[in-house]
Design a protein around this ligand. Structure first.
Ligand SMILES: *[C@@H]1O[C@H](CO)[C@@H](O)[C@H](O)[C@H]1NC(C)=O
Ligand SMILES: *[C@@H]1O[C@H](CO)[C@@H](O)[C@H](O)[C@H]1NC(C)=O
Ligand SMILES: *[C@@H]1O[C@H](CO)[C@@H](O)[C@H](O)[C@H]1NC(C)=O
Ligand SMILES: *[C@@H]1O[C@H](CO)[C@@H](O)[C@H](O)[C@H]1NC(C)=O
Length: 528
């Protein structure tokens, strides 16, 4: 068959499949809610669809809810030009607005905040109002995201419709910690890029942006107490002021997302010594940070003091991974110090990590450390430690058996920079594997997908993160018994969500092929 004809036939075939897909749009919610019921009636979004907060104990002084509602309208209304004169505006089918009832006046966003919500859309009324009830503002924000996925532009009527009313959705997350790591040391990520990532996180109900700010390669962040640290930036312009960091924290908070700042010590810190060379054991052997120098700990104290003014999440991440201590042994003044204190290199690594933990605790933080700290001296770690798994599977099991909390990020399944890991593997990675004891299960506070930055900058970060991070987001949000046992059961729904991300301006990659692959041939978005 001639290629052109074959493509045409394929095209028609996929068009048919895609249109059959459209009929079940209402069930294409991602991530899938805990419980949902729906009917068969179509409602139309009124052209003055409004927000009503009567009865809410939350007074929206910060306009967070008002802005979130406006964002909802923007994402559902800007996809196509709406015909405000459409003859289809039947008054008895008009969805006039949404009543949002939030029971807590408090808008503090903290780990463990109640993120549940109930959304109901009746199919009749005079006029018809959707009702969104939530204990907190942050549950309500998730409810708005779900609602946005029930809205569809109809090309006949040219208005937005909500199909399959009446709707009753009751929803809450499975895990309290649902993270995504970005790395601004291997490549600088401009503020608008980070904000785009945050927007798409909100679409998928992820709630922690783990900001791996600095590392060996560059130190882009301003630290007011030690103003020469950002001499380690790649260039004078590839930097964040503390006000930029505060802007990111605030922008994320308004979408229900906490920012977890990371200071990875004592390894991964070479760039610190560009501004303060005495942090290096020596200029020939510059990593890890000099454990024998009191200035090292004084500086960490200053950095965490500055952090605590801006990064107000309960946790700070202190790294502690991949520490090669050979420079400590090879540098005469450090070796002398080790001998004097009767420490071998492993003990010195432990000394460093525990001392950094105490500094963080003195600034009001609880700590997250990468798993090597647990693997080497787990019983010495502060009980406030959350162990962050990455090396492989089976670690969470050991961490929670030792009574510590754990975040799961096993690199064989949840590292986004591993382009050969498919969305199916992201979807199927189960944080509670082999953990059956209920008390121990509760110690797994959640999981995190990691977008290490060696090969991502503003040109490709979105398509490397999405849609694979969304696959993991459903694993972390949706109750276990509602998750697909076979990823093929959710291919259509994820593919629909990926196209929705594209429609909202997010450069999510096709489902087929490796991470961030381009489409392979002509065809519908729903079939790639
Ligand atoms: C709707 O009708 C009004 C009044 O007839 C007209 O001015 C306006 O241009 C129309 N809008 C659209 C989008 O057709
Ligand atoms: C769009 O609206 C028309 C007219 O009400 C209806 O017949 C059609 O089924 C709608 N399209 C979809 C995809 O629901
Ligand atoms: C360091 O000392 C501890 C005992 O405190 C010992 O168990 C460990 O094997 C030693 N490590 C090295 C690398 O010598
Ligand atoms: C879970 O346990 C099974 C059976 O003991 C084992 O084969 C598997 O490797 C374990 N999985 C992990 C991730 O530890």
């Amino acid at each position: 068959m001639e290629k052109k004809t074959r493509n045409l036939i394929f095209g028609l075939f996929w068009m048919l499949l895609a249109s059959s897909n459209l009929c079940i749009d209402g069930l294409n919610i991602w991530p899938m809610p805990s419980s949902l019921k729906y009917g068969a009636k179509t409602l139309y979004l009124s052209k003055d669809f409004g927000l009503d907060t009567v009865g809410s104990k939350y007074v929206d002084a910060s306009s967070t809810l008002k802005d979130a509602f406006q964002r909802l309208l923007d994402i559902v209304e800007t996809a196509h030009a709406i015909d405000t004169n459409s003859t289809y505006y039947n008054p008895s089918l008009l969805l006039k607005g949404m009543r949002v009832v939030i029971s807590s006046p408090n808008d503090e966003l903290q780990f463990g905040v109640d993120e549940s919500y109930k959304l109901s859309i009746p199919s009749s009324g005079n006029p018809i109002y959707a009702t969104l009830e939530a204990p907190t503002l942050y549950g309500a924000l998730h409810g708005l995201q779900t609602f946005s996925q029930l809205c569809h532009f109809n090309f006949t009527t040219r208005i937005i419709e909500v199909r399959q009313a009446p709707w009753n959705i009751i929803d809450q997350p499975r895990f309290s910690y649902r993270g995504l790591l970005i790395d601004t040391s291997r490549h600088y990520q401009p503020l608008p890029i980070i904000k785009n990532v945050i927007d798409a996180m909100a679409y998928t109900k992820l709630n922690v942006l783990h900001w791996h700010i600095v590392d060996t390669q560059s130190f882009p962040l301003e630290i007011p107490s030690y103003p020469k640290l950002w001499n380690g930036a790649y260039s004078p312009s590839e930097r964040y002021t503390m006000a930029d960091a505060a802007e990111i924290v605030n922008y994320a908070k308004r979408q229900g997302i906490n920012v977890l700042a990371e200071l990875d010590v004592p390894g991964h810190a070479l760039s610190w010594g560009i501004g303060y060379p005495s942090l290096w054991p020596s200029s020939d052997c510059p990593e890890p940070l000099d454990v024998s120098n009191e200035f090292t700990f004084k500086l960490i104290d200053g950095v965490l003091s500055d952090f605590s003014k801006v990064f107000n999440f309960k946790f700070v991440h202190l790294g502690g991974d991949e520490v090669d201590t050979s420079c400590w042994v090879m540098t005469p003044h450090v070796r002398k110090w080790l001998t004097k204190h009767g420490l071998n290199e492993t003990e010195a690594y432990q000394y460093f990590v525990l001392r950094a933990q105490q500094i963080a605790i003195s600034h009001g933080y609880e700590i997250i450390n990468w798993e090597e700290t647990f693997n080497n001296f787990g019983n010495k770690l502060s009980r406030k430690t959350v162990v962050h798994n990455w090396l492989g599977g089976g670690v969470a099991q050991q961490v929670v058996a030792a009574g510590l909390r754990c975040i799961v990020s096993n690199q064989d399944k949840w590292y986004l920079d591993h382009l050969d890991i498919t969305w199916q593997q992201f979807y199927m990675n189960e944080p509670l594997t082999n953990i059956t004891n209920l008390q121990q299960q509760k110690l797994v506070i959640g999981g995190e997908v990691c977008m290490w930055g060696e090969t991502v900058d503003g040109s490709d970060i979105e398509q490397t993160i999405w849609p694979r991070a969304a696959a993991a987001a459903e694993r972390m949000w949706t109750p276990y018994d509602k998750l697909a046992k076979d990823p093929r059961q959710v291919t259509g729904r994820l593919s629909h969500f990926r196209c929705l991300l594209n429609q909202r301006g997010v450069a999510a990659a096709p489902l087929t092929g490796r991470g961030r692959a381009a489409p392979e041939e002509p065809g519908s978005c729903y079939k790639q």
